[in-house]
Ligand binder design. Structure first.
Ligand code: ZN
Ligand code: ZN
Length: 157
């Protein structure tokens, strides 16, 4: 059964609802994510942009340089500037930051990526799929999630 989740920024101006479960959940240990969050990793819920329903507020995109020379858009509350989600080149898919959910403990990463820069004191569960850099989503994602992703990138009609 699909779960609806809600979340928002710190000041309450931005509120959102995820109208279904995400397609997949990343825990990213790359240095970009560490720097952007000021923390050891980020947890991103990958979900169709159309399934991120804004209840209030208008998150503002900020272009952020990455170490590889590319840029990434991070959407922030216009008031408190908390980052609620980001976009990596494809506006159809949002990377929602799990820490902004009302119940962050309600999601668990499906995969750990860029573990080559993982801080040493973080120990991953032995059963958790983990990769030194990126991974093959076709091999790891459930079929239903791959179908959802394909539906997003295939124009209707
Ligand atoms: Zn705010
Ligand atoms: Zn990362």
């Amino acid at each position: 059964m699909s779960v609806e989740r809600e979340g928002g920024c710190s000041c309450g101006v931005v509120r959102y609802r995820l109208t279904s479960d995400p397609m997949f959940v990343h825990c990213c240990h790359c240095l970009n994510c560490q720097r952007q969050t000021g923390s050891a990793f980020v947890i991103n819920l990958l979900i169709e942009a159309a399934r991120v329903e804004l209840l209030s507020g208008d998150p503002r995109p900020v272009e952020v340089p990455r170490d590889d020379g590319s840029r990434q858009r991070i959407f922030r509350c216009p008031d408190c500037q908390v980052a609620v989600f980001s976009e990596y080149g494809r506006p159809e898919v949002r990377f929602v930051r799990a820490g902004t959910l009302d119940d962050p403990s309600g999601v668990e990463p499906d995969v750990h990526i860029y573990t080559r820069s993982k801080v040493k004191w973080v120990t991953l569960p032995e059963a958790a799929p983990a990769f030194e850099d990126y991974y093959d989503s076709k091999a790891l994602w459930p079929a239903a999630s791959l179908e959802r992703l394909q539906a997003v990138f295939t124009p209707a009609g």
